[in-house]
Design a protein around this ligand. Structure first.
Ligand code: ARG
Ligand code: ZN
Length: 873
């Protein structure tokens, strides 16, 4: 059944207060719920409930018999008279059997594991009967009772409100949350956990006890998360004026989690991957992810919890906004241009392909059959880009004013995207409603730019046009407001002062024009020579730019643009043209020469920041390059890209690369400061380039780097280079790594993923062998992602074998995963997205596998929904 935004109706009954009592057990837990309900419409009470064993139901204290209610299709319906009632239920649930990891479930082993919950989006209905929708906000009181030995720690969201002993070695603890919240933010944790703590005082003077909880073997790896949490709290106070609002804040790590993390009120729960970090088992990237995800979940306390979503169509209201806040925080903590490069690269790798295929959907979808399938790059990453455009439009002060009004006006409410735009606009006296079209229209707009210089008139006419290709179910598209931040450069690389026709004075050297029609020309006056335009600076809109740049023009920007992001962007555009040359077998092309020449010069000058240089030396990835092909042949894409890189390495020169590698190696350390991280990143790029032109030397260097790496980043980089370019030499280190990290789940995940990502047709056999490793299991989402997910979603040459063997193998595994965990199966299945753009042989093979799967009737709603949409192509 399909849920539609157009059919939204407010809840017929609200729940003012919920009292929950849990008798916790691993095999069986009993949940008693008392709901104080108030009528809003002339309808019976309807409560959602899935997989619950109903033990007792009373209305206003009177127990109902079987004929007095209807329980069907996951809904409990009770006819009630009057405007208020108290409904009480008692149910039994079975946590240890819950392999879907939605609702109350067991993390880890029966002997040592702990119980926890995941409710977003619709997990609460697996715990008790309730109107499980985000626009029902209630006050929660939660009492937990359990065996003290087995469950020494009992946690729920809200402030602690008493604890004590019970007979038979049991104990209890109670929690009261003063802030009304929707059911998806409810959480409980119980088990043998340890903690680290910090006393924090908010800017508005509240004393808050911060606790991070993990299993005993992991508690020593929580320090960086605590540090990140403190910095996040301070940042939200300083930048948005938002303070935390309870006396305690708990964060818990689990190895069994479907997503990254969850912002449950006062009790965030994290996939261990985004909480634990130590130098011996985490890479620099992983440290940054911990910092970002800790911030993200914390920021949700305002953008998500205090102001939540009216319905799940509005998901990006909290997710897009919170990703934007998280990205701004990370940029402030690290580097603005590097963060922007990382974010744009992710958007292009994950969101653009999604938007170009059968799974495309607007940032605010208009319908869904399974909401879990809409926690997507579009809702998150493109959603963040839309907030960024709005923030850019209003400027820092205007955006802050707008956010203040939004939080103020909607505090304690379930809001919509319209509410958000209205608050931002009204606070600034600006009508932002034209931006609503971005939320409703799927697909990545193509922006074309054409420049004409008129030397006699000293005028430069820049014509911008937009067009959005049709997407699944959305054939007709309308023009969107596209802010284009731009500068004009002369051939020496100096930015020119800008004066737009009809405007009296010269502006600065950068300005933003907004294209809000299909086509518009902007005329710049007083231009002395044909300029090189630098467009979409800072990636001012999430579009694909199709310009008529000549390679030498892009090389000017790559060499001279003062802004780090735009230098990188010019390099990416130029690399795209160079790729086109290589793909067509034209290794003598002018674009390739311009790209390698500019980079070789920049490399030799040695003035650029190490991290930015590493980024410049990385052309668009194999997945991004798909877009430049009419038909996709992953082998040919890889060959052409590798040819470009080999050419680049040759142009820089073996001696220069070796010299740089040695000096970076001499300066290596295990510390986390930005300069050391940048050195490690560049060292890795240089080593990979060396592998293409100096195989023997690289083998020796990588072996040595593996041996004496002071921390994980260098160790994993060396191992990856060896495994990619010197497979035989890699065998011993791969076995050594497996031994060394036995029992360290997060390190082993990287070991599985590294091998799953190795290119070529033998990747499937490698992955199949790894399935037999005793540490492999289909039950753990991280393990499935690291082996199957990495292979299917991020190893194009391995997955897209011309004989279709990988497709058939994955289809088989999807059925097995689906029986355990539908959300994970659905996510892995998105690997089939885009099959229609493959070359004919692969296309047919992929389609056969997708069609056979889609024809089955025994799969979950999650997987069925993905397959049905993907099968349409
Ligand atoms: N709200 C969480 C976050 O982004 C993600 C929860 C996703 N849950 C799901 N069932 N898809 O911070
Ligand atoms: Zn989120």
């Amino acid at each position: 059944s399909v849920i539609r935004l157009s059919e939204y109706r407010p809840p017929a009954w609200s729940v003012q207060h919920v009292d929950l009592a849990f008798d916790l057990g691993i095999d069986r837990t009993e949940v008693a719920a008392t709901l104080a309900m108030v009528r809003q419409a002339d309808e019976p009470v309807r409560l959602d409930g899935e997989g619950l064993e109903l033990l007792e139901l009373t209305v206003d204290g009177r127990r109902l018999g079987e004929g007095e209610y209807i329980l069907a299709n996951g809904v409990l319906e009770v006819a009630v008279e009057g405007d208020r009632c108290t409904i009480a239920t008692r149910v039994a649930i079975r946590p240890a059997e819950n392999t879907a990891l939605e609702g109350l479930y067991l993390s880890g082993s029966r002997e040592n594991g702990f119980l926890l919950t995941q409710c977003e989006a619709e997990g609460f209905r697996h715990i008790t009967f309730f109107p499980d929708r985000p626009d029902v906000l209630s006050r929660y009181t939660v009492t937990l009772r359990a065996d003290r030995q087995r469950f020494p720690v009992l946690l729920a969201g809200g402030n602690p409100d008493g604890a004590g002993e019970l007979d038979g070695g049991r104990h209890w603890a109670r929690f009261v949350d003063p802030h009304p919240k929707p059911s998806y933010l409810f959480a409980v944790v119980a088990g043998r956990l340890e903690r680290i703590s910090h006393d924090y005082t908010t800017a508005d003077g509240r004393a808050v006890a911060l606790h991070i909880w993990a299993e005993p073997d992991a508690i020593g790896r929580c320090g960086y998360a605590m540090d990140s949490l403190i910095r996040s709290m301070q940042w939200d106070e300083r930048v948005y004026g938002r303070n935390y609002d309870l006396d305690v804040f708990h964060v818990v790590a689990t190895h069994d989690f479907n997503m990254g993390a969850m912002e449950n009120k006062g009790l965030n729960i994290f996939n261990a991957k985004y909480l634990l970090a130590d130098p011996d088992s985490s890479t620099d990237d992983e440290y940054r992810h911990v910092e970002a995800v800790v911030a993200h979940e914390y920021f949700h306390n305002w953008s998500g919890n205090r102001v939540t979503c009216r319905d799940w169509f509005q998901l990006s209201l909290k997710e897009g906004l919170t990703v934007f806040r998280e990205q701004s925080f990370s940029a402030d903590m690290n580097s603005v241009p590097l963060k922007r490069i990382e974010d744009v690269a992710l958007l292009r790798r994950a969101q653009f392909p999604e938007d170009a295929g059968p799974l495309s959907h607007p940032v605010r979808p208009s319908q869904y059959s399974e909401i879990n399938n809409f926690y997507t790059a579009t809702v998150y990453e493109k959603g963040s880009e839309l907030v960024r455009m709005l923030a850019g439009h209003l400027g820092p002060d205007g955006f802050r004013k707008g956010m203040d009004l939004y939080f103020d006006r909607h505090d304690g409410q379930a809001a919509t995207i319209e509410d958000f735009l209205a608050a931002l606009g009204e606070a600034n006296g600006i009508d932002l409603s034209p931006y609503l079209a971005w939320y409703g229209q799927a697909g990545t707009p193509r922006l074309t730019a054409e420049g004409r210089f008129d030397p006699a008139q000293r005028r430069y006419r820049l014509t911008l046009r937009q067009r959005t290709p049709a997407t699944a179910g959305q054939p007709a598209k309308q023009p969107l407001p596209i802010p284009v931040r731009l500068s004009l450069f002369d051939r020496e690389g100096h930015a020119l002062p800008l004066r737009l026709e009809g405007e009296g004075t010269h502006g600065g050297t950068e300005r933003t024009v907004v294209l809000d029609t299909a086509e518009h020309s902007f005329v710049f006056e007083d231009v002395s020579a044909a300029p090189v335009p630098s467009l979409l600076r800072g990636f001012s809109a999430p579009v694909i730019l199709e310009s008529d740049y000549q390679p030498d023009e892009l090389a000017i920007l790559l060499r001279h643009d003062a802004d780090g992001f735009n230098r990188w962007e010019a390099g990416q555009q130029l690399a795209g043209l160079a790729y086109d040359d290589c793909r067509d077998g034209n290794t003598g092309g002018s674009a390739l020469a311009a790209w390698t020449g500019a980079l070789a010069d920049i490399f030799a000058e040695g003035r650029l920041d190490d991290a930015l240089l590493a980024e410049l030396l990385t052309p668009p990835g194999e997945i991004e390059l798909v877009e430049r092909q009419p038909e996709r042949d992953p082998e040919r894409i890889r060959e052409a890209r590798q040819a470009m890189l080999r050419d680049l390495a040759g142009r820089i020169g073996v001696a220069a690369l070796r010299g740089r590698y040695e000096s970076l190696r001499a300066a290596s350390s295990a510390t986390l400061d930005a300069a050391s991280q940048a050195r490690r990143q560049l060292k890795r790029r240089v080593l990979d380039l060396l592998a293409l032109v100096d195989p023997e030397g690289t083998r020796e260097r990588a072996l040595a780097q593996y041996e004496d790496a002071p921390a994980m980043t260098d160790r994993l980089a060396a191992l990856t280079t060896l495994a990619t370019y010197a497979p035989t030499a890699a065998e011993a280190p791969i076995a050594h790594f497996r031994q060394r990290y036995d029992g360290n789940a997060l390190a082993l995940d990287k070991w599985f993923a590294m091998q799953a990502l190795l290119p070529g047709a033998d990747a499937l056999a490698r992955v199949q062998a790894l399935e037999n490793d005793p540490a492999f299991t289909l039950k753990n989402p991280n393990r499935v992602q690291s082996l199957l997910g990495s292979f299917a979603r991020a190893n194009p040459t391995g997955f897209h074998r011309a004989d279709g063997a990988s497709y058939r193998w994955l289809a088989d595994r999807l059925v097995a995963i689906d029986a355990l965990n539908p959300q994970v199966a659905a996510r892995v299945a998105t690997a089939f997205n885009g099959w229609k753009r493959l070359e004919p042989v692969r296309r047919e093979a992929a389609h056969a596998s997708v069609a056979a799967l889609a024809a089955r009737t025994d799969l979950s709603r999650d997987l069925t929904d993905i397959l049905a949409r993907v099968a349409l192509g």
